[in-house]
Ligand binder design. Structure first.
Ligand code: NAP
Length: 310
């Protein structure tokens, strides 16, 4: 049986940073790139807050460089998806879609998080026809149009401000009467003439045959229903950690995040978690990368302490 010393699941900033560190510790890491190779940064445009790039860097370019750097220092990357895991066995077992079962002495879980959706029929039906989860990808399609953005966090603020550069009118729709976004982002939104805020409002339906034409909104304070004509709608209501295959295998909190102690240690010694999959709070590329580094060093110490390596 070929036993991998350090198996990394996921190829966002956490996974690739872990891979770079593990390669340089001679752990000969193997990385499964997962469902969304490169992670969430591959669907953003300019990243201005990742240190080292004085004029910012495009998200996909940053992730390609990280991947190439990991390969250059010796990481074996397998473009495949983990379908189930068995952490009760030693070595740990990870089953994959196309490469059978992989066996590993340590695992770093960095499977990230995926965008949440409202769960409306029209959302799926009109995806890419006016419904979008990525304002930076699709905002420019709505030049001089009317759009809606749903959510009350920093993503919704950022998306509203971004699409207001193109659209003539932006409705920002939030289910409560206060935002959870940072004050500075809220102020920018409130000072933008193109953005109209609809508080206590829930999108009940997205209408249109071949493209979005309107939305039904319920005011959950007054009970009033109204229909607003729009050309597009951006859903920015947060993310869900990708942990479904770890349920029953690891301690997971009520919101689906893997529980960690000492930064990256899960309840199973030898299994570590890094990045958005275990971070309900910071969720930044740079903090994820930092956790990937820590998870790699923790893996090295675990392998040494358990005599898997000298
Ligand atoms: P978030 O902070 O979790 O906010 C999600 C928003 O969506 C909340 O306002 C929530 O409403 C609303 N929501 C959730 N489920 C909903 C549903 N089913 N229907 C309607 N509304 C729903 O997520 P985020 O905005 O993506 O931000 C995530 C993290 O990234 C945060 O830490 C944020 O600060 C950070 N971030 C930072 C920046 C920046 O600094 N430039 C940009 C983007 C994100 P409630 O408020 O009622 O719960």
């Amino acid at each position: 049986m070929n036993v991998i010393k350090n198996l990394i699941l996921g190829s966002g900033p956490a996974g690739l940073t872990a891979a770079i560190y593990s390669s340089r510790s001679n752990l000969e890491p193997v990385l499964l790139s997962g469902k969304e190779p490169g992670g969430q940064l591959t669907i953003t445009s300019l990243v201005e807050n990742f240190p080292g790039f004085e004029n910012g860097i495009l998200g996909p370019k940053l992730m390609n460089s990280m991947r190439q750097q990991a390969i250059n220092v010796g990481t074996k990357i397998i473009d495949d998806i983990a379908t189930s895991v068995d952490f009760s066995k030693k070595p740990f077992v990870v089953s994959t879609e196309r490469n059978g079962d992989l066996y590993a002495n340590t695992i770093i879980i960095s499977t990230g998080a995926s965008a949440k959706w409202l769960g409306l029929d029209g959302e799926k039906r009109l995806m890419g026809k006016g419904v979008s989860g990525c304002a930076t990808c699709d905002g420019a399609f709505f030049k001089e149009k009317t759009v809606a953005v749903v959510g009350g966090g920093d993503s919704a603020m950022e998306d509203s401000l971004f699409v207001s550069k193109f659209a003539s009118k932006v409705y920002l729709i939030h289910r409560r009467d206060e935002f959870r976004a940072s004050r500075v982002m809220q102020d920018r939104v409130r000072n933008n003439q193109k953005i109209e805020i609809l508080f206590n409002s829930e999108v009940k339906d997205i209408k249109g045959e071949d493209k979005v034409v309107s939305i039904d909104i319920l005011n959950n304070k007054t009970g009033e229903n109204k229909n607003i004509a729009i050309d597009g709608i951006f859903i920015a209501i947060g993310h869900l950690p990708n942990t479904s295959i770890f349920k029953g295998q690891l301690d997971i909190d009520d919101n689906g995040y893997i529980k960690v102690h000492d930064f990256t240690k899960t309840n199973i010694p030898g299994v570590f978690a890094a990045g958005d999959v275990s971070d309900p709070k910071y969720k930044q590329a740079i903090s994820s990368a930092g956790m990937g580094c820590i998870a790699s060093i923790d893996s090295l110490h675990f392998l040494e302490d358990n005599n898997f390596i000298q």
